[in-house]
Write a protein that binds this ligand. Structure first.
Ligand code: SAM
Length: 312
């Protein structure tokens, strides 16, 4: 019953947020959550049969840094793929160019002085799968700050052959605390990217993270967001014993993952003051015929702008 009500309000909100263009053949860009089959509903029910205990959940929270650090010790830079798609889907990363959405949504409201050098922050940069492709593709539009909870990930970024302090600075930081303000001051950033990072954070801290990002941005600055969407296949695969809270799970290695509804992402950022430029689910099939892979993935992708002072 509760679920049906949620989906109803998702439907209602579907028209409320502007949608971005579909950039990949077969992408479905929508405000609608996946419709679950009976088997999938049953699988989600099964997950409730054995929840992570409150003690275990608290320990996971206290040891989040340790688990991510161990993740990077095991995987180094081999796990996440380089994200060469970012400048296509987030044209804002090219400050000198304007993609379709940059012109529709950002130019009219974003009045950052173009003479100043622009600054971006990649929150939860991991080993740099977003920032180094930008450099490789010749984009030096921004001075790039990159931070991560895992000191080991930050070391791997610093050891990368494209790491150059003339263009970037990587630093360890827990974005759920005030720590970031020891490196960056309020209102100093033009762009913040938050790509598959908020899902790794406890939902009770989402609002404070959103607030911190808001404080870091200049008026007119933009947050680029992508993360796991509600009922993504990875969510449906969790067995009993992994669920911590609604849509929040523990992986085998102790890292955690949340699965977002489109409207909750928009509401989260609106609540701290952002304007929604675009926000949607992206339903995508990841197909690799050679490896016989055909998996449906669901993301939520959005762009959120801190209003210009004159708009407040
Ligand atoms: C799924 S990985 C994504 C990494 C990278 N953004 C990418 O897309 O390849 C999540 C990242 O968030 C980082 N992270 C988790 N909690 C964090 C926190 N509280 N503050 C900063 N980074 C955090 C993790 O260390 C990890 O590198």
């Amino acid at each position: 019953m509760a679920e049906a009500k949620d989906l109803d309000s998702t439907e209602r909100n579907a028209t409320r947020f502007p949608k971005q263009t579909a950039f990949n053949l077969g992408d479905v860009v929508t405000g609608n959550a996946k419709v679950l089959s009976e088997t999938e509903k049953e699988r989600l029910e099964q997950q409730n049969k054995r929840m992570v205990t409150p003690f275990q959940a608290q320990k996971l929270e206290q040891e989040a840094r340790k688990h991510w650090d161990l993740f990077y010790k095991r995987n180094e830079n081999r796990f996440f793929k380089d994200r060469h798609w970012t400048t296509r889907e987030f044209a804002e990363l090219l400050s000198s160019e304007s993609g379709p959405e940059a012109s529709e949504n950002v130019q009219e409201t974003k009045q950052v002085d173009s003479v100043e050098s622009k600054i971006m922050l990649e929150v939860g940069c991991g080993v740099g799968n977003l920032i180094f492709p930008l450099i490789e593709d010749g984009h030096r539009d921004y001075f790039i700050y990159a931070c991560d909870l895992s000191p080991r990930a930050v070391d791997l970024v610093r050891q990368h052959n494209l790491y150059d302090e003339r263009y970037m600075k990587a630093f360890p930081c827990d974005i759920t605390t005030e720590e970031v303000f020891t490196t960056l001051s309020e209102g100093c950033l033009d762009i913040v990217t938050l790509i598959f990072v908020l899902s790794a954070i406890h939902p009770e801290k989402f609002r404070s993270v959103a607030g911190t990002i808001y404080r870091l941005l200049k008026p007119g600055g933009v947050l680029l967001f992508r993360d796991y969407g509600l009922y993504d296949m990875a969510q449906l695969r969790f067995k009993p014993g992994h669920k911590i809270a609604e849509n929040f799970y523990m992986r085998q290695d102790g890292t955690r993952s949340y699965y977002f509804a489109e409207r909750e992402v928009a509401e989260l950022f609106q609540e701290v003051g952002f304007t929604v430029l675009v926000n949607s689910y992206i339903h995508r099939r990841t197909i690799n015929p050679k490896e016989n892979i055909d998996v449906p993935r669901i993301f939520v992708q959005g762009k959120f702008q801190k209003p210009n002072i004159s708009n407040i």
